[in-house]
Design a protein around this ligand. Sequence first.
Ligand code: CO8
Length: 263
Amino acid sequence: MEFITYEQEGYVGVITINRPQALNALNSQVLDELSEVLDNVDINTTRAIILTGAGEKSFVAGADIGEMSTLTKAEGEAFGKKGNDVFLKLEKLPIPTIAAVNGFALGGGCEISMSCDIRICSENAMFGQPEVGLGITPGFGGTQRLARLVSPGMAKQLIYTARNIKADEAYRIGLVNAVYPLEELMANAKKMAETIAKNAPIAVRNCKKAINDGLQVAIDEAVVIEEKLFGDCFETEDQKAGMGNFLEKDKEKKLKVVPFQNK
Ligand code: CO8
């Protein structure tokens, strides 16, 4: 692969978008490579994924403007679909994903971060949907996910004005969960990923699915989704060990057994 690297440390996988000549902008090849990497994540040996950008300046500076500049209407729609398909694959990955946003997250960069479960960023991060200034809409899920993540009013303001916001404002509006000095960002992303990885993996996956699927439907349907995924945890080794250890008051065993159970 030319533009994506994947590294696995224990249960944690790190995907890095590495196209420094364009501040990690997403062209078709980057999207194809990302799709392939996601297809190859072994969810039985990986319990959390961190997505970041190479370098100290940019997470992802958007979709590739050069590639988009000559598209026809049909090609534009197809490019939008290509991005959306990859971002949906990322969003639906059964295991938790953390975007470690280390600089510019503009346009498609903000959009890919919103396809992750959790966003944390560095102090130099900058978020925004500058698309209307380029004569297009945020077409990699931005009109949908930003409105769901912050609020429709805030999303509309950011999208209509095309104003970029710094890390502190992204934190204030709930777009990111935490802000760290750049040099501490990856350590904190890994710490969070490892904390997640210590918990029962089937239960964690089912929580992700319950939240994601439940948010798409009315509450009475959502609680049925939750019930099924709750029931699905029973009779697993993790459920037996986790509850058994609690009842036996064996904290040592709990720590030793639960993190190493798998489906
Ligand atoms: N696409 C292509 N190349 C880019 C992009 C990009 N999005 N961003 C930066 N680059 C390139 C620059 O052209 C430059 O290349 P070169 O050295 O060959 O001239 C190199 O990266 C370095 O960039 P700058 O010299 O501009 O670096 P600065 O530090 O001066 O500025 C900025 C950094 C502020 C990030 C600036 O590069 C910038 O404004 N970039 C564009 C940001 C942007 O508008 N992003 C949104 C793009 S649109 C989008 O993402 C749509 C998503 C939905 C698509 C739906 C499809 C239908």
